[in-house]
Design a protein around this ligand. Sequence first.
Ligand SMILES: [Zn+2]
Length: 182
Amino acid sequence: MMGQPGDRAIAPGSLALVQGFVNSVTIETGQDEFADPEDMAAWLFRNGLGELRPDPLDRRDAVTLREALRALLRENNGGDPDPEAHRTVAHVARDCPLVVTGSLGLGPAMTDMRGALATVLASVALAVADGSWRRLKACGEPRCEWIFYDRSRNRGSRWCSMAVCGSRAKMRVYRQARRASR
Ligand SMILES: [Zn+2]
């Protein structure tokens, strides 16, 4: 997770795992670290989620959860509420139980792929509880949707990078205004 757009720092604590999970695909280029089960296994291992052998159905579940989380992170950036995404998260979570661990945190009940997704979901729940969740956002530029952590005091950042996505959005507004005035 080096070189975030706009020189932003990654999200704090275990929320960085959620950020990396959703950013496993770069929407703009289509480059997807979950493109097949082997790629996904490598990502899971690199991110401390264990040495797993996901099958194509596991991959589908992970991508389903990833895109539902992206929809929730659009909400955090002023997007419309997405009840379907909330239902999808709840649906995936039903198969991914969490338990209280010896250190009195939440941890996965399973050590397989369900456990890996449970670890991601536990990090979401923890971030909602400590308030950091609302600062994690999908970039407001539809072509991008990169997940960034908004450290601004007023929680008002809309784009992953003001210089790239912010100026694209402004250029579009400018062009639309010109077209409308002609
Ligand atoms: Zn962006």
